[in-house]
Design a protein around this ligand. Structure first.
Ligand SMILES: [Cu+2]
Length: 113
């Protein structure tokens, strides 16, 4: 009986260990409450996490990550609720802005640990 119990415990432990790591995803809204801003505009995540950018009001918005065309989402989002995901695979600090509204201060920074 103890042997079977040990096998069950070992199996469950292995299953938990082998579960794919679900990367954390953080929501950042664009233009919420009629502000030309990312909200939040300073975020800290772990390498491999996803930032989920959601279009709100005062479109169009996009996401330009300075010096990283591969992480940028240049396509302009017009409709509320449209979104773009950006996965930050490597540690570092990433400045980003909205192309149409950079001059209005629609900027932010992602700290990736
Ligand atoms: Cu914008």
């Amino acid at each position: 009986m103890n042997f079977i119990r040990a096998i069950i415990i070992a199996t469950v432990a292995a299953m938990v260990f082998l579960l794919p790591k679900t990367a954390y995803a953080l929501d950042v809204s664009m233009g919420a409450n009629g502000n030309l801003a990312f909200e939040p505009n300073e975020i800290t995540i772990s390498a491999g996490d996803t930032v989920h950018f959601i279009n709100e009001s005062l479109p169009p918005h996009n996401i330009i990550v300075e010096g990283r065309a591969d992480l940028s989402r240049e396509a302009l989002l017009f409709a509320p609720g449209e979104s773009q995901d950006v996965v930050f695979a490597d540690a570092g600090d990433y400045n980003f802005f909205c192309g149409p509204h950079q001059g209005a201060g629609m900027t932010g920074v992602v700290h990736v640990n």
